[in-house]
Design a protein around this ligand. Structure first.
Ligand code: VG1
Ligand code: CO
Length: 542
């Protein structure tokens, strides 16, 4: 039986950088989930009888939301839902399933690297038929709908058994519970030289992969240990837990500190890597050397041809605006296009669909390619492994040679979390107001060249996204960027991105914060961060 249920709108269902993210108790309010899902469906056209993919990162509340989504998909006329066994699908795996089986779209349930649990974070994101996050014009439509929604449609049927692979019928709709790993593993096998990587492991190459009790555990065990022959124990913390074991499943030097410490110790294996809550981010650490995500993007692009899936070369590279310019130098050398987009993977979709870019990346530990329409943590790890197997050199040598060839982009991000929203907004509007007075000004011995609020013109559909971050560029290619996070669930997070280019190989061994000290001081002088936030130092430095 299908029911139409009366409801009242909530005023806080605006999708952020990556879908709707809120605390679990917010999602647990009456009809909150239903309102958002109905608003998504109401914003789409032509899905009658078609398939929808549903999966999440296994965090607290995942299963409950999947059952609601199944009932609403049936009531709204979808013909079929493909759902990962146990409700699990990593974000890149969900993207792959949508593309491979030509689904109409998908619901990806995750709050990514944010903690999980009854009082932590949850999220819902709609991905379109290309497998990628809904573009802005669609998320705007969804948000507008949430503000006026007055009813939703839901079918009555018992909970679907999500733990058994197979095809079921529920409310007149087909529900197919699928193996979440198989299609993804097959895709990876089609892109990379598994035989070479297998031989490298057989020769004694060692690795530590930290799945952070998040979604990549089963994927990494299957691919690294089973298919590539890495010794058992290579994958750590591989059981996905609804609360990620009480940790933040954020693969950075703060939350993956154990892995970092191991990689810097005398017992370090050859290669260390980690992924986040939903499997789309990656952390890459060689023995004795951390590879920044921006550098990793550049190095993967420069060496991509070594992997069979990219042997034909790259069509172009895209990076988000705050990501360092290291990849730009690779694109210039390869003679291919370079695109600078706003933060968030949804902005890469058009470039990938149009065949303008092959590899994309963000400074926030996201790298991916045109094989799906999401960033992909394990993909980046496997491309690194493929490169290591082909070059037969340690990570450190590859990194240092890259810097020697292209120069080094010193880079760091300083996050100020839990800032009072009003204060954060004031800081940004204060910066905006003084943009025109900055060029030519000398700050801490550095001369400002240009200052603006980044605006993006999508070269494919000509849409414009403005107010995407304050950039202050100095002479010599150094810069600081200020923007507010669009993924937080309490207060505001100010992100300050700092970059300095150094061509001289004799100056490539400086500690990062030291190399950036004058720019860090300049950022403080320009923005007055301490005064505005009341914080003496960033909460997280990556
Ligand atoms: C952050 C990152 C951004 C990333 C987004 C989603 O957004 O900076 O690069 O695309 O998270 O990543 P923000 O607005 O908080 O800076 V994930 O792994 O949450 O899907
Ligand atoms: Co993520």
């Amino acid at each position: 039986m299908i029911r139409t249920v009366a409801t009242k709108p909530y005023d806080d269902q605006k999708p952020g950088t990556s879908g709707l993210r809120k605390k679990v108790p917010v999602f647990q309010q009456q009809n909150y989930v239903e309102n958002f899902i109905q608003s998504v469906f109401d914003s789409l056209e032509g899905f009658e009888g078609k398939s929808l993919v549903i999966g999440g990162d296994g965090r607290y509340f995942n299963r409950e939301v999947i059952q609601i989504a199944l009932r609403m998909a049936a009531a709204n006329g979808f013909g079929k839902v493909m759902v990962g066994q146990g409700g699990i699908l990593s974000t890149p795996a969900a993207s792959n399933i949508i593309r491979k089986y030509q689904a109409f779209g998908g619901l990806v349930l995750s709050a990514s690297h944010n903690p999980g649990g009854p009082h932590e974070d949850f999220g819902i994101k709609y991905n379109a038929g290309n497998g990628g996050p809904a573009p802005e014009k669609l998320t705007d439509r969804i948000y507008a709908r949430t503000k006026v929604i007055d009813s939703y449609r839901i079918a009555d049927f018992a909970d679907v058994d999500l733990d058994t692979v197979g095809t079921f019928s529920a409310g007149g709709m087909t529900v197919e519970v699928i193996d979440p790993v198989a299609d993804y593993a097959e895709l990876m096998e089609s892109l990379f030289d598994f035989a070479a990587i297998r031989a490298m492991f057989a020769d004694g190459f060692t690795m530590a992969f930290d799945a952070m009790h998040a979604v990549t555990g089963p994927y990494a065990v299957e691919i690294l240990e089973k298919r590539l022959g890495a010794p058992m124990g290579t994958v750590r913390n591989f059981v996905p837990l609804p609360d990620f074991g009480g940790h933040h499943p954020d693969p950075n030097l703060v939350h993956a500190k154990e892995l970092y410490d191991l990689m810097m110790s005398p017992e370090a294996p050859d290669f260390g890597a980690a992924s986040d809550g939903d499997g789309d981010r990656n952390l890459i650490i060689g023995r004795g050397i951390f590879v920044t995500p921006s550098d990793s993007l550049a190095m993967l692009a420069a060496n991509a041809k070594l992997a069979p899936g990219y042997a034909g070369g790259l069509k172009g590279i895209a990076r988000s605006m705050p990501t360092s310019g290291a990849a730009d130098r690779v694109a210039a050398k390869l003679g291919i296009g370079m695109y600078e987009t706003p933060t968030g993977w949804k902005f890469f979709g058009n470039l990938l669909d149009a065949g303008m870019a092959t590899i994309c990346g963000e400074e926030s530990a996201g790298t991916g390619s045109d094989h799906v329409r999401e960033k992909d943590g394990l993909w980046a790890v496997l491309l690194w492994l493929n490169i290591l197997a082909a070059r037969k050199e340690p990570v450190k040598a590859i990194v240092e040679k890259h810097w020697a060839e292209y120069g080094r982009n010193y880079y760091s991000r300083h996050d100020y979390e839990g800032v009072e929203t009003e204060a954060a907004n004031r800081l940004i509007s204060g910066l905006r107001a003084k943009l025109s007075s900055l060029p030519g000004k000398r700050v801490r011995g550095l001369t400002v060249e240009t200052a603006d609020d980044f605006s993006y013109l999508d070269p494919v559909d000509q849409s414009v996204s403005s107010s995407q971050g304050i950039r202050v560029l100095f002479e010599g290619g150094s810069r600081v960027v200020f923007r507010l996070s669009g993924t937080g669930t309490s207060g505001a997070t100010l992100r300050v991105y700092i970059e300095r280019y150094e061509s001289d190989p004799a100056r490539h061994g400086i500690e990062t914060q030291e190399a950036l000290a004058d720019l860090i001081a300049a950022a403080e002088e320009i923005a007055g961060i301490r005064g505005a936030t009341g914080m003496a130092a960033p909460t997280v430095i990556t």
